[in-house]
Design a protein around this ligand. Structure first.
Ligand code: F6R
Length: 242
């Protein structure tokens, strides 16, 4: 695992956008796995900036979601499908067809999870998966004690994660209790994992993930098993590394 310490979130966003641009030069139709939440937004802005200046050609890029809330109505502004369309797909000028995600509105959620696994496999697998990290060490929505071999499935959010995500909803009780998330085993199949963490609130989780033992209680520690994992942290998020 490679750890890169950058001065701030903007620098982290620029660095990762540059890595994505390099990947798209080598493989124009790369499948990019995107996370939601606040942390990756500087990456998406920097990538859209590079594309706007003609410094990268994103026209054949494909985008896939990491996770999705269960039960939000289709088109809800905070569904992760809406967020990725708004923050990634539209700013990059991509067609909606180049974008794939799990169906959190499906009646049969178990089948929706299996279908998403098939979609990712048929697409040839994820080339670069961007990850954030929860204050409790989750990646995707694999909360602590998720199996390190897990596949895409329904998970219950911890109260801590629901509290952390309440800022996106009108009322705290509106945060869904359930999500579909790629499993840790699914995430580990991506060819390159890039985790971005910014701010002091992530320092403890980053230290446990990077320097702690490999343990299901800290899902992000699974990156230690991956042959090509890059952790990009700002100074605040790096503050508890030894
Ligand atoms: C969301 C996701 C989560 C977030 C994590 C951090 O798609 O995968 O693991 O990355 O909850 O969220 P922020 O960046 O909002 O602190």
């Amino acid at each position: 695992m490679e750890v890169v310490i950058v001065p701030d979130a903007t620098a982290g966003g620029g660095l990762i956008a540059g890595a994505i641009a390099d990947l798209l030069r080598r493989k124009p139709d790369a499948l990019l796995g995107v996370a939601t939440g606040s942390t990756p937004l500087p990456v998406y802005r920097a990538l859209a900036g590079l594309a706007g200046e003609g410094r990268t050609d994103v026209s054949r890029a494909r985008i896939c979601q990491l996770d999705e809330y269960v039960g939000l109505p289709a088109g809800h502004p905070e569904s992760y499908r809406s967020v990725v369309l708004r923050e990634v797909v539209e700013p990059l000028g991509l067609a909606e067809e180049s974008f794939m995600g799990p169906d959190g509105t499906a009646e049969d959620i178990v089948e929706a999870c299996a279908a998403y696994e098939r979609t990712l496999a048929e697409a040839g697998g994820v080339d670069l998966q961007l990850l954030g990290i929860g204050t409790d060490g989750h990646i995707g929505f694999n909360e602590p004690c998720s199996s390190l071999a897990s596949r895409t499935r329904i998970k219950t959010l911890t109260e801590q994660t629901r509290k952390d995500n309440a800022r996106f909803f009108d009322r705290p009780e509106d945060v869904p209790h359930h999500v579909i998330t790629q499993g840790i085993g699914t995430i580990l199949e991506a060819r390159h994992l890039v985790l971005l963490a910014t701010g002091e609130a992530k320092a403890e989780a980053v230290a446990l993930a990077v320097e702690g033992p490999l343990a299901a209680v800290v899902p992000a520690s699974a990156l230690q098993m991956h042959p090509h994992a890059t952790v990009v942290v700002d100074e605040a998020a790096a503050s508890k590394l030894k």
